[in-house]
Design a protein around this ligand. Structure first.
Ligand code: UD1
Ligand code: UDP
Length: 366
């Protein structure tokens, strides 16, 4: 039996891990265990996802919590090292680009445990983003690199990663999306949209949490001013990430929020997908939401100067905006003049199967 540790920590990790856990559990010879670092810990940022994705409780919960980059990364490494020493896994699988990803891949590698990186090869080429550092370091030391799209393979090859380590398997986040879409029927969708006081297609869904947008007044104040303006035209639903909520409070910007701007707590996964599916368009700086909207064929404006997911622009429904273009681009969407897009190759709900096949062969051969 090969023991596989699946490591998660932050919101965007859970829906990437779930399909792989379920696929591995039913694969003879594989014994997957879930390790949750506790990087995210609020109920709506963590436990609610385990419930909506029908996951068991994590086998190990490290409870590391928030802190500066060094504090958080170091704490995760110290706690994860104990788990690796106790469990002696055959493989550690990490997801995405958060601090838990880099901390656990470094820890495993130094204990001579091989590492698989799911969502390898993405690059924004913007080293001011902590995620870019996390991706580069994780990819540099991983033994199996699972990419979602051809640009991932190209970036890795350019960085000198041997082709034999790279496996293009598609986008695992779409596996969870496909699965949850089969579970939310029309009545359920009507109820959820109605509960937020909204009408289908007649609202904009907003999420923002990138430090460059939300950590200082120069970034955040103009964005909130724009959202107030938009809310006078069409209802805007803004589930606020804890980082952003904290900054709105600290910077004293709460009072400036327009009544039409519906600010709520982060929304649990099934509800959020329902709200995404039925929105008029999405405005975000999230990585994963750019991909989900491309799959759903829903217009997406990404408030960032770059993206590590360029395929969502070249093939999908996404466009980058800044404060000088956002108004023009949203008017274009509201006027019904937006590109159609298509679903990228291998974003088909079967990525977990492809990864599991590679992992089973890899661990059997060791
Ligand atoms: C992290 C990831 C980012 C990812 C995002 C997804 C890193 C470096 N960043 O950013 O790549 O896009 O998650 O959501 O790994 N907080 C709470 N409750 C929680 C979690 C966080 O209140 O459950 C607050 C704390 O004040 C914390 C702050 O949010 O200091 C930031 O949390 P952190 O995990 O450091 O980074 P995120 O901004 O969430
Ligand atoms: N998401 C959610 N509720 C929210 C906001 C996002 O369920 O209120 C989901 C979203 O559908 C996607 C994932 O969280 O699956 C994206 O995570 P996030 O934006 O936190 O991180 P990023 O992708 O930017 O790293």
């Amino acid at each position: 039996m090969s023991k596989i540790l699946l490591v998660v920590g932050a919101r965007p990790n859970f829906m990437k891990m779930a399909p792989l856990y379920f696929e591995m559990v039913k694969t003879p010879g594989l014994d997957p265990l879930i390790v949750h670092t506790g990087q995210h810990y609020d109920y709506v940022m963590s436990q609610a996802f385990f419930e909506d994705l029908e996951l068991p409780q994590p086998h190990h919960f490290l409870g590391t919590g928030s802190g500066s980059h060094a504090e958080q990364t170091a704490r995760i490494m110290v706690e994860f090292e104990k788990v690796v020493l106790a469990e002696r896994p055959d493989l550690v699988v990490v997801f995405g680009d958060v601090n838990s990803t880099v901390a656990c891949s470094l820890t495993a590698k130094k204990l001579l445990v091989p590492v698989a990186h799911v969502e390898a090869g993405l690059r924004s080429f913007d080293e001011t983003m902590p995620e870019e550092i996390n991706r580069r370091v994780t990819d540099a030391i991983s033994d199996l690199l699972f990419t979602p799209s051809p640009d991932g393979d190209e970036n890795l090859i350019r960085d000198g990663v041997p082709e034999s380590k790279i496996h293009r398997v598609g986008n695992i986040m779409i596996d969870s999306l496909v699965s949850v879409l089969t579970k939310i029927n029309q009545d359920h969708q009507d109820q959820i949209v109605g509960r937020f006081g909204l009408e289908k297609r007649r609202y904009v869904l907003v999420t923002l949490h990138r430090p460059s947008n939300v950590d200082d007044r120069n970034g955040l104040a103009p964005i909130l001013a724009y959202l107030n303006k938009l809310a006078a035209e069409i209802p805007v639903l803004f589930p606020i990430h804890p980082r952003t909520r904290k900054n709105i409070e600290t910077l004293g910007l709460g009072a400036s929020l327009h009544a039409g701007l519906r600010t709520v707590e982060p929304v649990r996964y099934r509800e959020f997908i329902t709200l995404e599916k039925n929105a008029g368009f999405v405005l975000t700086d999230s990585g994963g939401i750019q991909e989900e909207t491309t799959y759903l064929g829903l217009p997406c404006l990404t408030l960032r100067p770059n993206t590590e997911r360029p395929i969502t622009i070249t093939e999908g429904t996404n466009e980058l905006v800044d404060m000088s273009t956002i108004e023009r681009q949203s008017a274009k969407i509201l006027a019904g003049r937006w590109k159609q897009g298509r679903i990228p190759s291998l974003w088909d709900g079967r990525t977990a199967q492809r990864i599991t096949k590679v992992v089973a062969e890899y661990t059997a051969g060791k």
